[in-house]
Ligand binder design. Structure first.
Ligand code: ADP
Length: 424
């Protein structure tokens, strides 16, 4: 059995978002961190290769994306998906347009679509204009983004500036008529010499119709929303089972730990709730900066109690405390001191026998995954929206580790307490 859908995501959390979506739509999915050297894992329907190419120089983003495409083709995938942010995050030079055109050239095709719409998260597209909630993209906070400022909401215009092909529009009037009308419009645009089409969408029903109309496109590009409609195509053609369980994970035993490097509001509450009933150990960046070995101290502390109960090790602090630390140490220095310590603690905890770990914080998760040498994750059941349990992929027989990587503001107050129940 080979994978059906091969996806290339331009950043890690975007990849997780897409992978979670595909699992919910019934495809067994793994997320790989960068382009792997080995062959693909067995028994998967979709593979997401997560790159870190969103703000790279165009040349690098194109080269990495082509390497990912090559690997996915070798893995037998029959349709490809380029995933970018639902706010179409790109620099003035790209990378969405140039990467899309490079993938099209490699696949020897001359038409595809671009649809970042994700109505469930307030990203809608009307007459080619992208809205973030009630605001045009160019009036949303994205206009001030430090790396990918979006100052024009007209995506036909934005994409046209990044590509050589002509960019057209499949507008809402057509989309609302359903998949046959959308497909007709694709054909008409293609015949008129358009290479790319922005596609309007205001609802999940629109995304389903667009997904269905994309059944025969070798390459689809968009946010994670449009991917929702693709699994049904494979099902219709008998390639994907109707009622298959897509979120099963291998059993992972072992001890339990929570590592938190996020200072977001939601995480602060989650740390408070867990600390009320479980032992916790706080990492103070000022003590790290003074050279104290808090990694060894935390691991000694954990080794005495972890056999009895889950432990929580956190750097999470209030905005005032964080500001003070950043003023004293510098933002980047404070961040990397804490990330390094938490990543090293994660490695120590695995050596102590931890088999199930929650990590809070996007950057923190990146540091932990890197330190643990994780190359890929199989996506399992969702704990809260946007946060699935995953299990690490291993080439050899070592026991996989169950990992849940939580972005700062995700998850309910009792997230650190209830997450374990989903692992049975
Ligand atoms: P989030 O997903 O909430 O943004 P991240 O892990 O991405 O969380 O980012 C939080 C950053 O703050 C990390 O670089 C982390 O090392 C740093 N950090 C965590 N605790 C503290 C602290 N007490 N003081 C200063 N920086 C901290």
């Amino acid at each position: 059995m080979t994978a059906l859908l091969g996806c290339i995501a331009d950043d890690f959390t975007g990849g997780t978002d897409l992978a979670g979506m595909l699992v919910k739509a019934g495809m067994r999915t793994v997320q790989l961190i960068g382009v792997p050297d080995g062959p693909p894992p067995d028994d998967v329907d979709a593979v997401v290769i997560a790159l870190k190419s969103r703000t790279n120089p165009v040349k690098d983003a194109v080269a990495e994306s082509l390497a990912a495409l090559h690997w996915l083709r070798e893995a037998g995938c029959r349709q490809f998906y380029f995933k970018y942010c639902s706010t179409f995050d790109s620099t003035p030079h790209g990378n969405i347009g140039p990467v899309t055109e490079a993938l099209m050239k490699a696949l020897e095709i001359d038409f595809t679509i671009a649809c970042p719409a994700f109505p469930a998260n307030g990203r809608t597209l009307y007459k080619g204009h992208l809205f973030v909630g009630d605001l045009l993209l160019s009036e949303s906070s994205m206009r001030n983004h430090p790396l990918t400022a979006m100052t024009d909401a007209n995506l036909v215009r934005v994409l046209q500036q990044q590509v050589r092909s002509k960019v057209g529009l499949v507008d809402y009037e057509t989309v609302s008529k359903g998949d046959a009308a959308i497909r007709e419009r694709f054909d008409a645009l293609h015949q008129q010499g358009y290479g790319l089409a922005i596609v309007d969408a205001l609802s999940n029903a629109n995304l389903d119709a667009i997904g269905s109309a994309c059944a025969d496109l070798p390459l689809v590009t968009g946010g994670s929303g449009v991917a929702l409609g693709l699994p049904q195509n494979f099902r219709r053609s008998g390639l994907l089972a109707d009622n298959a369980v897509a979120d099963a994970l291998p059993k992972t035993g072992g001890l339990r730990a929570v590592i938190s490097g996020s200072c977001s509001v939601a995480t602060q509450k989650q740390v408070e709730v867990m600390s009320a009933s479980f032992s916790s150990f706080s990492i103070d960046p000022m003590r790290l900066a003074r050279g104290e070995d808090l990694v060894a101290a935390a691991l000694d502390w954990a080794s005495e109690r972890i056999a009895q109960e889950p432990v929580l090790i956190y750097a999470t602090a209030t905005p005032d405390t964080v500001k003070q630390v950043q003023a004293d140490l510098g933002v980047a220095q404070a961040g990397s001191l804490v990330e390094n310590a938490l990543a090293e603690i994660a490695r120590g905890l695995v050596r102590l026998g931890v088999g199930q770990m929650l990590v809070a914080g996007g950057e923190t998760s990146g540091a932990v995954v890197k330190r643990l040498g994780v190359k890929g994750l199989r996506i399992g059941p969702e704990i809260d929206p946007g946060v699935p349990w995953t299990s690490t992929l291993h080439k050899d027989d070592t026991q996989p580790l169950a990992l849940a990587l939580k972005s700062g503001n995700f998850g309910s107050e009792d997230f650190f307490l209830k997450a374990w129940e989903k692992l049975q």
